[in-house]
Ligand binder design. Structure first.
Ligand code: CIR
Length: 262
């Protein structure tokens, strides 16, 4: 069983952080509906949802992915790169402490969960404006006792590593190679986004399906033609806040699933 932590859209999401896209009006009502549909798809795909209440004073708080890195053995509470987002971690830490031992990234380190891509026992970590050397060194110290390797990846032109590349299978990646150094992913099978859809690399691979934004039909067709099961969600209002599909949930296995596998 997978557990998904989500959080209701803040009514002030219009005041979100933006780094690489221009500000546009966000319809909060539509954003809330889109978010609810996204949650419905996660449930359809077998997740048990833990929905956190709205945090009106934290505009970006729907993007829970950035607040933690949850592994089978431990949960690492991040120190988000944007100061305005640091208040988001406490409530997530509280929930996660029921499921995992909690450890934390501390100042001067900063790291956003959107910069951490796990594939098996490898954690690829983006070097971005949101995640610095101190944060990454702390992460290495925290996860090496559990036998994870950390690979640093240069990212250019987008917010997070997972804006540029996400896993769509055990060793398959969907990526925009203009934004990420592909040499970091030697040995993996690579699927390129359509050249006209630069933001199309953020996909959520979940229980055999891919949760994927409606905004990228050409890349989606390419995934479907390659045999992937794609569950399309319209997240247009969340995209105006520079978010997409991985960022709206924190997914982790419950203890029973972990023990069954051992
Ligand atoms: C931010 O700039 O922090 C938010 N407006 C968007 C965060 C999206 N997070 C993610 O993709 N992991």
């Amino acid at each position: 069983m997978l557990i998904a932590i989500t959080r209701e859209v803040s009514r002030n999401m219009g005041q979100c952080e933006l780094s690489h896209i221009p500000r546009q009006d966000i319809d909060i009502h539509i954003a809330g509906k889109q978010h609810a549909q996204y949650e419905g798809v996660l449930e359809d795909l077998g997740c048990k949802l833990i929905r956190l209440p709205e945090e009106p004073h934290l505009p970006d708080s729907v993007f829970v992915e950035d607040t933690a890195i949850v592994l089978d053995e431990v949960a690492i509470i991040t120190r988000p790169g944007a100061e305005t987002r640091r208040g988001e971690t406490g409530s997530v830490s509280e929930v996660l402490s029921e499921y995992r031992t909690i450890v934390e990234i501390v100042s001067p380190g900063k790291i956003d969960g959107g910069d951490v891509l796990r594939m098996g026992r490898t954690l690829y970590v983006g070097i971005t404006d949101r995640s610095n050397e101190s944060g990454i060194m702390q992460l290495i110290d925290l996860v090496s006792p559990y036998d994870y390797e950390v690979v640093k990846v240069r990212v250019n032109g987008c917010l997070h590593l997972k804006s540029a590349v996400t896993a769509v299978g055990e060793d398959k990646l969907l990526l925009n190679r203009a934004w990420v150094d592909v040499k970091s992913f030697a040995g993996k099978s690579l699927i390129d986004v359509n050249a006209g859809e630069s933001h199309a690399a953020n996909a959520l691979w979940l229980n055999g399906a891919i949760v994927y934004p409606a905004a990228f039909p050409k890349t989606r067709r390419c995934l479907e033609d390659a045999g992937f099961v794609v569950r399309v969600v319209d997240v247009s209002e969340l995209q105006k806040a520079e978010g997409a599909v991985t960022c709206c949930s924190l997914l982790f296995r419950d203890e029973l699933s972990i023990n069954n596998e051992l």
